[in-house]
Design a protein around this ligand. Structure first.
Ligand code: UFG
Length: 326
């Protein structure tokens, strides 16, 4: 069985591609390399094109049985400043992919969604039934695509799994691939960089939140646990499973200070840090209720926070010591 992985040169897509291949699937990566890195595609067939390019999509969609759709812009702050870019890629581009896939006879679809569709939820942990009220354009574009999938499912018999990730982090245990964002905005790679030799400093965005230590709490999930959930989602659809939305998190929250503590334990170095005002739009606490994924897919996150930070650290050291091949 062949799978098209859009955004396959990106952080989560590249990990899922390897997990798919380990499970016996044929994988074709599809990526415009705009924010991703060719280094993460080594050993795979890569079609370098945009998801809004119907002519490039048509021939490759004829060769696959299902689509895993990761390709998206995913910076919350940027989406506020430049929403047009987000609607153009995540909505217009996404619909082009969806329509072309439908026309090519594809009826199985796995979509990278996000906890950002919930906005600032009234209840923690967050269940999938929670009202979806995104508070930034990024979340709005992801919600739009979720809605399109639901409508297409009803009208055209498309079956899909929508995976709502919480905070993806960590790197492949083999050390070959990991997080390579440019610019990097995520806490764990920035904390590691602030513990590594040099003068980088981590800015802590607010210590006045209504949490035990005053910093924000998030549900950090290892990227290979996410990858495993993607393989299971596909197997679930192959067995005839109906369309479903699933939260992917560990169900455990960690504060920014707890992340810094783990970073110091793993690296053996102090994290250079400075407290600055809150970052606009950060909800105080986001924790998944991931029991539905466990029930439907038999999936559960197996990697700990220490695994997350130590694999990210291994990868960062390796990526720093290697010349750019991109
Ligand atoms: N943080 C800092 N300093 C930094 C970076 C982050 O203190 O330099 C804090 C943030 O305030 C937040 C936590 O660390 O409390 C995690 O921040 P990240 O930027 O790593 O992740 P987010 O929780 O902001 O973003 C994640 C996903 C997005 C998704 C969003 C939904 O990466 O794709 O959750 O809220 F949209």
């Amino acid at each position: 069985m062949a799978i098209l992985v859009t955004g396959g040169a990106g952080y989560i897509g590249s990990h899922a591609a390897r997990a798919l291949r380990r499970s016996g699937y044929e994988v074709i990566l599809y990526d415009n390399l705009s924010t991703s890195d060719r280094r993460l595609t080594e050993g795979f067939e890569l079609v370098t094109a945009d998801i809004a390019d119907e002519q490039a999509l048509k021939p490759v969609l004829k060769r696959v049985d299902a689509v895993m759709h990761f390709a998206a812009h995913a910076y919350v702050g940027e989406s506020v400043e430049n929403p047009r870019k987000y609607f153009r890629n995540n909505v217009e581009g996404g619909l082009c992919l969806l329509n072309t896939a439908l026309d090519a006879g594809i009826r199985r679809f796995v979509f990278s969604s996000t906890c950002a569709v919930y906005g600032v939820p009234a209840q923690i942990p967050i269940k999938e039934e929670t009202q979806r009220q995104p508070v930034n354009p990024y979340g709005v574009t992801k919600l739009f695509f979720e809605n399109a999938l639901e409508a297409y499912g009803r009208a055209y018999g498309l079956r899909f799994v929508c995976l709502r990730y919480f905070n993806a982090a960590g790197a492949d245990e083999g050390g070959e691939i990991g997080e390579l964002h440019d610019p990097e905005t995520h806490l764990i790679p920035l904390a590691l960089a602030a513990a590594a030799p040099g003068d980088r400093e981590l800015q802590i965005f607010g210590t006045d939140y209504p949490t035990a230590d005053g910093t924000c709490i998030r549900d950090y999930i290892h990227v290979n646990d996410l990858a495993d959930a993607h393989v299971r989602s596909l197997q679930y659809l192959e067995k005839g499973g109906h369309s479903v939305e699933l939260n992917l998190g560990t169900g455990q929250g960690h504060s920014v200070y707890e992340i810094l503590q783990m970073t110091e334990t793993v690296t053996g170095a102090a994290v250079r840090r400075r407290v600055v005002p809150r970052r606009h739009g950060d909800p105080p606490v986001l924790i998944a209720d991931a029991t539905r994924a466990q029930r439907m897919l038999g999936w559960k996150a197996t990697r700990s926070l220490r695994d997350i930070v130590s694999t990210a650290w291994n990868w960062m050291q390796k990526a720093r010591s290697e010349p750019q091949r991109a």
